[in-house]
Design a binder for this molecule. Structure first.
Ligand code: TRP
Ligand code: ZN
Length: 881
């Protein structure tokens, strides 16, 4: 017989009582089409910063392709319906189902009218309709539209939108929404109104509205079929003269997409608005892209070369979404990589064409390795097409975006650019106007490009970075290459199958320094050998050229072969890679098992030989030289070890830098001086000169801080552009000299009125090599310019800090506590941004035990907090595993 127990005595019940209700897990396999179609939507906005009233009118009809249901479930988030009408009459058959509105409908076709009211000025999450510097704007992807009105807020419900808005003419002289402006007018009460119509059916996440006091830079573009498109970039007063680069980038993007992918723009206007409070980089709303100011505003005085590239790349990315994302959207959010992976590849190819292929490829691989590889080897690992989530915002990741791009790039590598174009043509043609799946994309590639992707589909379902172990044997005249792959287990899935891995290789003759041609081999099974005839001696292997597959390569290779490749490889990526391998190999051994002084010296000398070749090679352009000079980042180095000790790796890396800086002091100083005379412009030679100058300072600062401080201060004073100025200040910020304080004060004064430059000022100090960086961050959090309400400012201080391993991984755990405190403070204000700070703490399994315990402790402390958002809850529980 059961004995009744109180909850206290029953551990299971007690748990259930304490455990807060968990947000549900959504599964990809549960996808069902929505039972209703919404062919047309009318929205009216009565705009006011504190109280905006929205009247939504939805034409709904039964979806013949779905199971019939009398209920229409409309998503809402924090909304109360002020009125619900069906076919013109006050509705009686509706009820709230949690946050959602549930209607019971009797017929097949109805008109639903719902009135809601919201307070944009109180919207700190920056999702839905919010206020930013007196302007009103929207962010709806992924699930923000439901914070404006009740709606089937899912990407497979496509509707044509007609939007009207009324607001104070003084407060909101500019009124914008998607599509073309249909009408506008003035009322007698100081208000005015506008009507916008978007003829293209779209999901709710692409809806946008902007109202504010904005100034505009206009231009136009004639499309390939001769249609004129009016282009406009809207910014705050005072920012107009920094919009030229964005406009040029937009026009180049439009031309390039016509030429490269055959894609033509499809509306009469293309509007861009820059907003300073924004959760991400930018948003591709149909005909009305909304941008973080960081990716619009640029001029030589305030933006670095990297910032210029960022603007060009993000403008292109959002513009390209018009086809890969908007004309063809996603069936459900599990398909996010369908639009994001493909669009990232498109923007990468564009930037390669604009800036040069070699350096852009190296940069993209560096981003992949520093942001995506750690994701793939940690507790948050997920396939590019995830199978489940609690909060979709957490899946806007480097995996979905950057690995997603690599996966499609591999298809392109296997079929070649011409066949690839046939595949994308077929995809755009076949699915135009639809909400599609990754499977649709793969099928179009098979049919259009003639690829067999049966086994390749595994790249969509298996997480984890594959490892390829390489062996090269030589006998007689035959070189035998043996490749063995393993796909590591990830928390979502233990057993993995071998995947097709396209590897580009070349075999160099040691004596002539030449090879007989690059070859593409595709490793399909766990282990495969390939014979190459005609080698009298053992060749030097150059492998994964151009980074043809997003994998790690493991091989025994002599330092002298790496030195050979670092000096001679004709594939620029492989050349960079040889240099990196040489350094990575040395630093991981040195900080892992340790090296005696003799072996350490031998390792450093091999690196010095390659480094010298890089400094002196006259056939190298400076942009490439700058890349080759860069040491692998601490995060990437830590990633190479099963369990890393951050202080040891940091000490080894700094030691090597100082050793190289001292050894090449004269040569670096001469190089710096020679390049100081190159005048500023945006051409490759001048940009390359700036990159090398700052790299030279980085080494000199490690080798001879006193002398480097003087040089950096001189570079700062002489600078006529932000790249040189920021580069010099970055070096100074890591030093303990008087010039450090001087220049930091000067920089802040000079740019006090420019938010984006003040962000740099925060970020430079938070990411500095200075031993007291953590103290600086704590002080900066109290600075009058710091605010937790602006995501750019929060990222500039705390993301920079979390990405600064020597500071974040302080041995006493202070860095972990700082980030956990931030997460707890930010979560109720902006959960999406707060959750992005969890992954750095989630890396605990790969860090030495003492630190790992403290990282875990902070995650536990966050988890125990009341009312955690879905975003942070999901990231923290997954990270604790
Ligand atoms: N679709 C946008 C892009 O990649 C991403 C984006 C912008 C976003 N803002 C967002 C995603 C807010 C989630 C939440 O260009
Ligand atoms: Zn995107």
């Amino acid at each position: 017989m059961d004995i009744a127990r109180t909850p206290d005595e029953n551990p299971e019940m007690a748990d259930a009582a304490i455990e807060p209700k968990q947000p549900p897990v959504i599964y990809r396999k549960d996808y069902k089409p929505f039972p209703w179609l919404v062919p047309a939507t009318r929205l009216h906005f009565d705009l006011c910063a504190e109280r905006t009233r929205i009247t939504a009118t939805l034409q709904v009809e039964r979806n013949p392709a779905a199971d019939a249901s009398p209920t229409l479930l409309l998503n809402g988030d924090g909304l109360t319906p002020l009125s619900v009408r069906v076919d013109g009459a006050e509705a009686d058959k509706w009820a709230m189902d949690g946050d959602n509105l549930q209607l019971t409908l009797t017929g097949d076709v109805h008109e639903i009218e719902i009135v809601t009211e919201i307070d944009p000025s109180a919207n700190t999450q920056l999702m839905g309709l919010y206020a930013s510097n007196g302007m009103l704007c929207t962010q709806c992807e992924a699930e923000g539209f439901r914070r404006i009105t009740f709606f089937p807020d899912r990407p497979d419900v496509l509707s044509t939108y007609t939007v009207t808005m009324t607001g104070s003419k003084a407060e909101f002289p500019v009124l914008l929404s998607n599509g073309n402006k249909a009408a506008e007018g003035e009322n007698d009460d100081g208000t005015h109104w506008a009507e916008w119509h978007d003829p293209w059916p779209k999901p709710s996440y692409l809806f946008a509205l902007v109202a504010g006091d904005l100034v505009v830079n206009t231009d136009s573009f004639i499309t390939m079929s001769g249609k004129k498109v009016d282009l406009a970039i809207y910014v705050r007063d005072g920012d107009l003269d920094r919009t030229g680069h964005a406009m040029r980038s937009l026009i180049k993007s439009m031309e390039w997409d016509e030429q490269t992918f055959g894609r033509e723009y499809d509306l009469d206007v293309f509007n861009i608005v820059a907003v300073s409070d924004f959760n991400m980089g930018a948003m591709e709303n149909k005909g009305l892209n909304v941008f973080n100011t960081k990716y619009v505003l640029a001029d030589p005085e305030t933006a670095t070369d990297g910032d210029f590239d960022g603007v060009e790349g993000v403008i292109a990315h959002e513009y390209f979404h018009n086809w890969s994302g908007n004309r063809i959207t996603c069936q459900d959010w599990f398909q996010l990589s369908l639009k994001e992976g493909f669009t990232v590849l498109r923007d990468q190819l564009f930037s390669q064409d604009m800036q040069g292929e070699a350096v852009k490829r190296i940069e993209d691989v560096r981003i992949l390795r520093s942001a995506q590889f750690p994701e793939d080897s940690g507790p948050l690992a997920h396939p590019i097409r995830p199978d489940s989530f609690r909060e979709i915002s957490n899946f806007y990741t480097a995996t979905v975006y950057n690995k997603g791009a690599e996966v499609i790039r591999m298809m392109r590598t296997m079929c070649g650019p011409e066949a690839f174009r046939k595949g994308t043509d077929l995809y755009f043609d076949r699915h135009d106007g639809e909400a599609a799946t990754c499977e649709d994309f793969i099928a179009a590639m098979e049919d259009g490009a003639g690829l067999d992707l049966k086994q390749f589909r595994l790249w969509y379902s298996q997480a984890g970075t594959p490892k390829v172990v390489v062996d090269l044997a030589h006998q007689g005249t035959i070189a035998t290459l043996t490749l063995r792959q393993t796909v590591p287990a990830t928390p979502d899935r233990p057993g993995k199958k071998p995947m097709p891995i396209p590897v580009k290789i070349a075999l160099f003759d040691r004596n002539t320094g030449a090879h007989a041609g690059e070859q593409l081999i595709v490793l399909k099974t766990e282990e495969q050998s390939f014979d190459f005839d005609g080698f009298a001696g053992k060749p030097v292997l150059s492998i994964n050229r151009g980074f043809s597959a997003p994998v790690t390569i493991e091989r025994e290779i002599a330092d002298e072969d790496l030195v050979f490749l670092a000096a001679k490889d004709d594939d620029p990526f492989a050349r960079y890679e040889a240099m990196q391998d040489l350094v990575v190999g040395h630093l991981t051994t040195a900080s892992g098992n340790g090296l005696d002084d003799v072996s350490r010296e031998a390792g450093r000398l091999a690196i010095a030989r390659a480094f010298e070749a890089v400094l002196t090679d006259e056939t190298l352009d400076d942009s490439m030289r700058g890349e080759l000079m860069m040491l692998p980042g601490l995060t990437y180095l830590m990633e190479q070890q099963l369990v890393a000790d951050p202080s040891r790796i940091h000490a080894e890396r700094e030691g090597l830098k100082a050793w190289l800086g001292a050894r090449f002091e004269e040569r670096l100083a001469t190089l710096h001086q020679r390049l100081a005379d190159v005048p500023y412009d945006q051409e490759a030679a001048s940009r390359g000169a700036r990159k090398v100058k700052t790299q030279a300072l980085v080494y000199l600062a490690a080798g001879n801080p006193g002398c480097a401080s003087k040089m950096a201060a001189a570079q700062y004073d002489a600078a006529d552009n932000m790249t040189d100025r920021q580069g010099a200040l970055m070096v100074l910020t890591g030093l303990g000299t008087a010039a450090r304080t001087d220049k930091l004060i000067h920089f802040h004064r000079r740019y006090a009125n420019n938010e984006l430059v003040v962000d740099k000022w925060f970020a430079l100090q938070a990411s500095s090599l200075h031993p007291n960086a953590i103290e600086h961050v704590k002080a900066l959090a109290e600075h009058k310019d710091f605010t937790i309400r602006n995501p750019n400012r929060v990222r500039s201080l705390y993301m920079a800090f979390a990405a600064n391993p020597h500071a974040f991984h302080a041995a006493n755990g202070e860095g972990y506590r700082l980030i956990a405190d931030l997460i707890l403070e930010l979560d109720p204000i902006n959960p999406q941004t707060a959750a992005r700070f969890v992954p750095p703490l989630g890396r605990w399994r790969r860090i030495e035990p003492a630190r790992a315990a403290m990282m875990r402790g902070e995650l536990e402390r966050i988890k125990a907090a009341d009312n955690l958002s879905r975003d942070t809850f999901e990231q923290v529980t997954r990270s604790l595993g």
